[in-house]
Design a protein. Structure first.
Length: 566
């Protein structure tokens, strides 16, 4: 059934499920669980969330869903709520459970897509939180291509330890400090007790908050909502307004295909580069571009980052936790400065129907704030992302450039076939200044699941080796990682990539300004790959390993094309 909205045709796919005499059985199910006859004639809006009580990251999702549903009902829509899974990266980090994290991106995207297809939602509101939920929801709505609002549930507030703000990244580094003898176990216990006080995702410009900013820069989230902390009283009130945004998007036919343009991806990349965001954004934006059928590559990330100034002083490399950005004026302040400086295109369409520039124009910046610098006096003239190529990474690799830190390194490879062996070596003080820690067989296929190396990188930093030791992996990093750490090395070891042919002691050269990573003395064509038996042979992880593609293309499931339905 097609109805006429204010700006043109509006497809009401829910009529397929609920209209007509022959659909009486379907309506009967719904009328007998509380939906009225009138409810079932209205637009049906799916409200997806990722509530669990296995972590603080998504703990407020059901509360926000209640507010969103109330807003939809007040705009004469009928909300229908459902939930999906979420893996808590910060909790499973450093264990075999971390293999489930990236795989969960695909499961979450599939589950949201299947619910929308099966139940014929006319529009969607997706509440996201922990790292994989935001890109997963974006991928799902790109597939179904119906009006959809994405809403991030918010950051946790910082903890207070010894009169300073701390976030989750600090406690990972504290483990390394204990190993180095510069912190006591009692102090570690004190930090453990206070580091994550309440609901909300990890409190730096780590992956969750990076993707929160990405959603606003892409135009999928209303500018100003995502940066509100999870427990801020304003969050629930603003969530109710999302119902009106969703209903307006339905009337205006604001589909993801109208929003997810090449320009939107350029804007999102600039926001990541300007904020010191997580390298995981590269992986997730590549995957989303695949779903949206937008040609966007690793080279585009590097080109955009080179010309984008770093203007945010946020953890892990900066001083401030994520809540400070909201207090300074929110993501809108960052985007407005990038628009005014010519680094972001303010004409891009957003889910509210406004242009990105208009949505940011009313941002109120707190006088004297120090979180966001001007584009004329940035922390760095180039952005925080860098893509490195060379004989060790012919398809590319990704690193994050800190405010201050190591940009070049030359040293011998210390080879580890898994993360656990590497962390044991670091904590046992067997890694010395000058070393290049190589962790391989942790890629999308080889892991499988491309684990994050936060426990290893944090131990390196905590032991005071951040200026003299680097890490190279075909796995990936948490947004909390800092230091000169190179991930996403492609091709990965499991498919015969050069990283699988390295030997102990091979000299590795890393040159960030030159965008190069190489083993200059090695002819990889004359070497065989080191083989490691698969970690799993059945179940979800094994199925994923069979289908997943290269990290250089977003680790999407190979052979599956993005699709849309009317």
């Amino acid at each position: 059934m097609v109805e006429t909205g204010r700006s043109g045709p509006q497809t009401r796919v829910s009529r397929t499920l609920l209209e007509g005499m022959e659909r009486a059985p379907a309506r009967s199910y719904l009328r007998n669980i509380g939906y009225s006859k009138d409810d079932l004639t209205r637009p049906i809006v799916g409200v997806a969330h990722c509530w669990t009580d296995t972590s603080p990251c998504n703990l407020n999702h059901r509360d926000l869903a209640v507010a969103v549903k109330r807003g939809i009902s007040r705009q004469h829509g009928t909300p229908m709520e459902f939930s999906t899974i979420a893996i808590a990266d910060g909790i499973v980090m450093g264990t075999a459970g971390m293999r489930a994290s990236l795989v969960s991106r695909e499961v979450i995207a599939d589950s949201i897509e299947l619910m929308a297809r099966g139940h014929y939602f006319d529009a969607m509101v997706c509440i996201t939180g922990c790292d994989k939920t935001s890109p997963a929801a974006a991928m799902a709505v790109a597939r179904i291509d119906r009006p959809a609002v994405l809403a991030y549930s918010g950051t946790v507030m910082p903890g207070c330890f010894q009169d300073r703000d701390v976030a989750s990244g600090d406690i990972y580094e504290a483990v390394g400090k204990v190993a180095a003898g510069t912190m006591t176990l009692a102090e570690l216990d004190q930090m453990e007790e206070v580091a994550c006080p309440g609901a909300g995702a990890c409190g730096g410009q780590y992956t969750a908050n990076t993707m929160s900013m990405v959603l606003e820069a892409l135009g999928l989230s209303p500018v100003g909502f995502n940066s509100i902390p999870a427990l801020d009283p304003e969050k629930v009130g603003r969530a109710e307004r999302l119902g009106a945004v969703a209903m307006n998007a339905l009337v205006q036919d604001l589909r993801p295909s109208r929003i997810l343009t090449r320009v939107a991806f350029e804007n999102a990349t600039a926001a990541v580069a300007a904020s010191g965001g997580s390298t995981n954004a590269v992986l997730h934006l590549l995957a989303l571009a695949h779903e949206a059928r937008v040609n966007f590559t690793l080279g585009d990330f590097d080109e955009i980052s080179r010309r984008t100034p770093l203007i945010c002083d946020l953890k892990p490399s900066g001083r401030f936790a994520a809540n400070a950005l909201h207090e300074a004026g929110g993501t809108a302040v960052v985007l407005r400065r990038l628009i005014d400086g010519g680094h972001v295109d303010g004409s891009a369409l957003t889910i509210t129907g406004e242009s990105l520039g208009d949505a940011c124009a009313s941002a109120v910046e707190r006088p004297g704030q120090e979180v966001v610098a001007s584009v004329d006096a940035p922390f760095s003239t180039g952005g925080s992302l860098a893509v490195l190529w060379g004989n060790l990474a012919p398809e590319g690799s990704v690193t994050k450039i800190a405010h201050h830190g190591l940009l070049q390194h030359r040293g011998p490879a210390r080879i580890f076939e898994c993360e656990e062996d590497a962390i044991d070596a670091v904590l046992a003080r067997r890694i010395v200044p000058g070393d290049v820690v190589v962790v391989r067989h942790e890629g999308p296929k080889g892991g499988p699941g491309m684990r994050e190396m936060l426990q290893v990188t944090s131990a390196i930093m905590g032991e005071g080796l951040g200026d003299s030791v680097t890490l190279v992996t075909d796995g990936r990093f948490s947004g909390a990682t800092r230091g000169l750490m190179v991930g996403h090395v492609s091709p990965e070891a499991a498919v015969g990539g050069p990283i699988g042919k390295l030997r102990e002691g091979d000299i590795i050269e890393i040159d960030v300004p030159g965008r190069r990573i190489a083993a200059p003395d090695v002819d990889f064509s004359q070497r065989d790959s080191h083989h490691r038996e698969p970690y799993v042979r059945s179940g979800a992880l094994a199925h994923y390993a069979l289908l997943v593609g290269s990290a250089s293309e977003g680790a999407v499931l190979a052979g599956l094309e993005a699709a849309s339905i009317p």
